[in-house]
Design a protein around this ligand. Structure first.
Ligand code: HEC
Length: 158
C-alpha cells in the first residue's frame, strides 16, 4: 500500500475533526467492508518520519493550518503561531501525548482508534515536532525538548 496516497484521506479526516472522521470511517464501512481495515484512516504505518516539519505538515497542519495560523469555524483550532502557551515545552508535550478536549492524543498509551489502530507518534517524533513548532511560526523558544524528557513525562500519565 502506498503511504503517500493515504495522506489526502487522513488530511481530510483530520481537517474535518472527529465528526468528519467518523463520517469518512462510516462511508468506508458501508462501501467496502473489506477495504475499511486497510484504507489508512489514521493508519499508524503512514508516518515513519522523525522530521518535525514533515510531522507538522502531515498531521498537525490538518487542524492547525499552514504556518500554525489556526482556524475557527466548525471547530476551533488554536493558532500555534506566536502562541504564548508554547512557552512550556511540557504543556505542549502533554497536549500531544494525552490530547486536550477536541485534540486527539498521539501517545500510544492514550490514542484512540475508530476502526483501525490510531495514528500514534513515538517519543522521537513528538520531540521533533515540538521543537519544530516552538522554533517556527514566530515562536523562538531555545529550550528544546528531548525524547528522554517525553518518555519521562509519559511515565507520569496513565
Ligand atoms: C484533529 C485536529 C487536531 C490535530 C490533528 C492536532 N491538533 Fe493540536 N489542537 C487541536 C484542538 C481542537 C486544540 C484545542 C484544545 C483545547 O480545547 O484546549 C489543540 C491544541 C493544541 C495545543 C495547545 C495550544 C494552546 O494555545 O493551548 C498545541 C500546542 C497543539 N494543539 C499542538 C499540536 C501538534 C504539535 C499537533 C501535531 C502533532 C496537533 N496539535 C495536532 C486540534 C488538533
Amino acid at each position: 500500500m502506498n503511504a503517500y496516497k493515504l495522506q489526502p484521506v487522513a488530511g481530510r479526516c483530520l481537517r474535518g475533526g472527529v465528526a468528519l472522521c467518523l463520517a469518512l470511517a462510516a462511508t468506508e464501512i458501508v462501501d467496502a467492508p473489506a477495504r475499511a481495515a486497510t484504507v489508512g484512516i489514521l493508519d499508524p504505518t503512514t508516518l515513519s518520519t522523525t522530521d518535525g516539519r514533515q510531522i507538522y505538515e502531515q498531521i498537525c497542519q490538518g487542524c492547525h493550518m499552514s504556518g500554525g495560523r489556526g482556524a475557527a469555524g466548525a471547530g476551533d483550532y488554536p493558532a500555534l503561531a506566536k502562541d504564548p502557551a508554547l512557552a512550556s515545552r511540557q504543556y505542549v508535550a502533554l497536549t500531544i501525548l494525552m490530547g486536550r478536549r477536541n485534540m486527539p492524543a498521539f501517545g500510544a498509551k492514550h490514542a484512540k482508534g475508530f476502526i483501525s489502530a490510531p495514528l500514534t507518534l513515538n517519543e522521537d517524533q513528538i520531540a521533533s515536532v515540538i521543537n519544530y513548532v516552538r522554533t517556527h511560526f514566530g515562536n523562538r523558544y531555545t529550550d528544546l525538548i528531548t525524547a528522554a524528557e517525553i518518555a519521562a513525562l509519559d511515565q507520569g500519565t496513565r
